[in-house]
Design a protein around this ligand. Sequence first.
Ligand SMILES: [Zn+2]
Length: 401
Amino acid sequence: MAALLTFLSEPGRKQLPSPSGGVTGTTLANARVVLADEVREGWLTIEDGRITHVGRGAAPRDGVDLGGRYVLPGFVDIHHHGGAGGSYPAADAEQALTAARFHLGHGTTTCVASLVTASPRELSAAVATLAELCDDGVFAGIHLEGPYISAARCGAHDPALLRDPDAAELAALIETGRGHVRMLTIAPELPGALDVIRFATGQGVIAALGHSDADYERTRAGVEAGGTVATHLFNALPPLHHRSPGPIAALLEDERVTVELINDGVHVHPAMLRLAHAAAGPGRVALITDAMAAAGLGDGAYRLGPMHVEVSGGVARLTEGGAIAGSTLTMDVAFRRTVRQVGLSLPEAARAAALTPARVLGVADRVGSIAAGKDADLVVLSDDLRVEAVMRKGAWAVPPQ
Ligand SMILES: [Zn+2]
């Protein structure tokens, strides 16, 4: 647990003192609680790291007065590569903790650490490092983005390191990850891809289809083989075309598939987010950040795995070629944009930022919404939807002021 303790007790972050007078736990009063289908003026109580009650109106006992602020489920980011200078592909535990803490400060209480295409040795080292942090509860899993992706749609991945799907290599990574490798992004048109999708899902690894140049039919075959996630829909895929619908239509129309969307105002136009949300329906859209090390820092030169990246005006691009190279997004900004620019309601946006990705990961029984019995993973937002406090497992990571 050492890493988690470090994670939650960063210098300068105070734990909230427990209430005195024989009362255990915490009450959050005078809140606007964002539930699955309503925003309720009310309160909630927390004991032993879990939500025990969600009530309406005035709280039955004194608590932390949130002054009418919004309380949302902690965000769940199933696809991001780092932040605040820390990079998961670097295979460095300190860097990984720095990034996880940074995103926690922006409301992400559950996250999956994503790698990028790298050599077998580098991937193995990064998986080993991140698996230990998964043991400590810092990450909910590891996502292998590549190396089995299309050279034609590889975006910021190093084309020299792409490989054909290889079940033996994947099996070795899964073994190194000791159950923590949870997702694989794969292009279904590559030789052997459908078998590797079947192998991955059989091992409990979520198959995400993406960085793909497949047509409509081949993408459907990928879904039939077990693909259940679309890696950053629209990005690194052939565009929608009315006579050649391609992977986007195949992924949007299949109810088994959850589509990831990067809502940073750069990767996808708000109109396409509305279109995707309308086509997929509620419950099949997962907001992700795809953030890389530069998130939270200024413009400048960075790395994404082996690739050199230049960040300018907050937009990360490969130094060579200029492909978009991840984002500098955080989940609070993605959430706010989804309400303001896309036009989803607070409960709909919270679903896309928390419950749906939690369901993808298979942890929706514990996190992703505000309900009695779930972990007390909460984000407190101001009227203008800015983070004012963050709680993880009942402890304040960012205490209310
Ligand atoms: Zn990514």
